[in-house]
Design a protein. Structure first.
Length: 237
């Protein structure tokens, strides 16, 4: 028997520190408006270098979780949903949010091209995938597979096989991120779930009427809102 061993991915110190601070915010140990320790204090508390601290803080800034007030320090700006740490490992969250940035650029362009190039058959696949997503939302499971199928159908309709190939390559991290975002949505209000469906409908409708600009904007808006649903547990987005 051949045993296949896969090397464990070494977690960067910046990612680990990001995760530890994020965990403090999610748990409520750090509340909205609370001031974080200074860079020097964090260096001492976690026994890491100043560049590592700055890397972690930059990521927290990019995710909209903290804000810096000139001359006052860094403060918690918003708190993610408590479901976030139930659905994802703390060490995975930074990468998951980075993947949404990549998807915004990739899928926004794919949606624009789909509006210009899609065939009648491809439009039918998108509409069918949207109907399957709606049906999955009506059930009790988290509809990540149906969500990926919709986005894959849009990429396929772009007329450039590389968009679909890239989504296939990123299938696992994308579906994992979808599971987390949709899991948080599932635990929110019915209005939140309705808005997720409406965002997908806007993408489909723009592609169907051949509006490339609207299709790209609708896709990027949807992915921006998905990021908000992950990082902001206080707003019903």
């Amino acid at each position: 028997m051949v045993i296949k061993l896969e090397p464990r991915r070494r977690e960067k110190l910046g990612d680990r520190l990001y995760g530890q601070i994020l965990e403090q915010i999610v748990s409520g140990a750090l509340q909205e408006g609370d001031k974080l320790p200074s860079e020097h204090q964090i260096c001492q508390l976690f026994e890491v270098s100043r560049p590592t601290v700055r890397e972690a803080l930059m990521r927290l800034h990019a995710d909209g979780l903290v804000t810096t007030r000139q001359g006052s320090g860094t403060f918690v700006q918003k708190r993610p949903s408590g479901h976030l740490t139930r659905l994802a490992n703390i060490s995975d969250i930074a990468g998951m949010l980075r993947s949404l940035e990549v998807r915004s650029a990739l899928e926004g362009q794919a949606a624009s091209l789909a509006a210009q190039r899609r065939t009648t058959e491809q439009m039918g696949v998108i509409v069918k995938a949207l109907a399957a997503l709606k049906a999955a939302f009506a059930g009790s499971d988290i509809p990540a597979r149906a969500d990926f199928a919709f986005h894959r159908a849009v990429a396929d309709a772009s007329g450039n096989l590389l968009f679909a190939d890239l989504l296939d390559m990123l299938h696992q991290p994308i579906e994992h991120a979808m599971t987390v975002a949709l899991g948080i949505t599932r635990n929110g209000s019915s209005d939140r779930a309705r808005r997720v469906i409406e965002e997908h409908e806007s993408i489909s409708e723009a592609i169907e009427r051949g509006d490339a600009e609207a299709a790209g904007l609708s896709m990027r808006y949807h992915l921006h809102r998905a990021r908000q649903r992950v990082t902001d547990g206080q707003r019903d987005v």
